[in-house]
Design a protein around this ligand. Structure first.
Ligand SMILES: [Zn+2]
Length: 106
C-alpha cells in the first residue's frame, strides 16, 4: 500500500496534535504556519471546466483526487444533477477543496 498518510505536527501554541495540512489548530484555533499559503497541485480552471461539462459523472472529483465521492456521483449522475451543481457553485466561489483539503491553484 502506498496510500499517503497525513503527517501529524504539534501546535506551536497549545501543543495539540494536528494534521500538517490543517489550516488551523482544532483545539486553540491558532493558524498553522506550516499550511499557510499551501494550495493544491490541482488547478482551478480544469476543475471548473470538468464540472461544467462532465460534472454529473463526477469527473471534477476524480481530477482533485476525491475518487470515492467521484464514483458516487458517477453512479447517481451527480446526485441527479443537484450535487454536481452545488460543487460547481463551490468551485466558482473558491470553496471547493482537493482530496487533502487544500484550495485549488488559481
Ligand atoms: Zn493549538
Amino acid at each position: 500500500m502506498t496510500e499517503a498518510v497525513a503527517s501529524l505536527i504539534f501546535c506551536a501554541t497549545c501543543g495539540e496534535k494536528m494534521a500538517s495540512s490543517a489550516a488551523a489548530c482544532p483545539k486553540c484555533g491558532a493558524p498553522n504556519s506550516a499550511a499557510a499559503g499551501k494550495v493544491s497541485k490541482k488547478e482551478w480552471l480544469p476543475t471548473l471546466l470538468l464540472c461544467f461539462f462532465l460534472g454529473v459523472f463526477g469527473f471534477h472529483r476524480f481530477y482533485v483526487g476525491k475518487v470515492g465521492t467521484g464514483v458516487l456521483q458517477l453512479l447517481t449522475l451527480g446526485g441527479f444533477g443537484i450535487w454536481s451543481f452545488i460543487d460547481f457553485i463551490m468551485i466558482i466561489i473558491g470553496n471547493f477543496k482537493d482530496a487533502e483539503g487544500l484550495p485549488l491553484k488559481r
